[in-house]
Write a protein that binds this ligand. Structure first.
Ligand code: CP
Length: 302
């Protein structure tokens, strides 16, 4: 992992992923306050973010490093017409590692190819969000005690949701059974289903919430990604298809945990928040430990 960019979750092997999770566990137990002393992390967010940006910043500060960057590209020279190429070439002179979120699919890969320092993809369009996946895996392992042989339900916007795409690839290393629940217009893209077919991993597609959720170990809810729709009418038609309510959890498994990368809009009713099966805010906290581990591993400090 040392000096290697993290653009797609498949850039890392199963062993490397497990190593990051182990490191995250260490950071949860012990903060390691001086590990990043003298190191500068650039945080370039060309798209809005609360959790990813702030948990990266929190991770860097807890490790004693410094952070530079922008949370809104309108305050950068992008507004003067500067290309991504020139921004990355410049910023890689100022930092030891670049964390970047960008609306264009493939932008993180491009950045990693021209940058003089490693690039961590904090989300590129509807493509991938690998650091979210690592914190999701950490959350699954922590709550289930294992990653293998789980029944994973992915619910909501499976077409544009980059977190489910990365999670599907990563969980496929651990012999899962997938159930996809989505509106017919927001189904899991074909390439991901072909990927599962090739690996011989079972998956089932549904358009309705039914009693089948009683089989779930993990229910991963997602919001409909309004910003990816070219037609606002299509968004209006699909936006409230799935709303998880507390009463729907009555016959679910004892070990079930409800995850959501957040932000949520309407897809989880607030009545669910106090249910012990709701885990999304703890999941967001796990993002700090996991991002500490990612930075430390890439910079070769752990
Ligand atoms: N999960 C996630 O990516 O959230 P933000 O958009 O707030 O960073």
């Amino acid at each position: 992992m040392k000096n290697r960019s993290l653009v797609s979750i498949s850039d890392y092997s199963k062993e490397e992923i497990l190593k990051i999770l182990e490191l995250a566990g260490e950071f949860e137990k012990q903060p390691h306050a001086d590990l990043l002393k003298g190191k500068v992390i650039a945080s370039l967010f060309f798209e809005p973010s609360t959790r990813t940006r702030l948990s990266f910043e929190s991770a860097v500060q807890k490790l004693g490093g410094s952070i530079v960057g922008f949370s809104d590209s309108s305050s950068s020279s992008t507004t003067k017409g500067e290309s991504l190429n020139d921004t990355i070439r410049t910023v890689s002179n100022y930092a030891d590692l670049i964390v970047m979120r960008h609306p264009i699919e493939g932008s993180a890969r491009f950045a990693s190819e021209i940058s003089g320092v490693p690039v961590v993809n904090a989300g590129d369009g509807a493509n991938q969000h690998p650091t979210q996946t690592l914190l999701d895996l950490y959350s699954i392992k922590k709550t289930q005690g294992k990653l293998e042989d789980l029944n994973i339900f992915l619910v909501g916007d499976l077409k544009y949701g980059r977190t489910v795409h990365s999670l599907l690839e990563a969980m496929s290393m651990f012999n899962p059974t997938f159930n996809f629940i989505s509106h017919e217009k927001l189904q899991m893209p074909k390439e991901y289903k072909l990927f599962l077919d090739k690996k011989g991993i079972k998956y089932y597609e549904h358009e309705q919430f039914t009693d089948i959720i009683s089989r779930a170990d993990i229910m991963y809810m997602t919001r409909v990604q309004r910003e990816r729709f070219s037609d606002p009418i299509e968004y209006e038609k699909t936006k409230n298809t799935y709303v998880l309510r507390n009463e729907m959890l009555k016959n679910t498994k004892e070990n079930l945990k409800i995850l959501h990368p957040l932000p949520r809009v309407n897809e989880i009713h607030q009545s669910v928040d106090s249910n012990p099966k709701a885990y999304y805010f703890e999941q967001a906290l796990n993002g700090v430990y996991t991002r500490q581990a990612i930075i430390a591993a890439i910079l070769g400090l752990k």
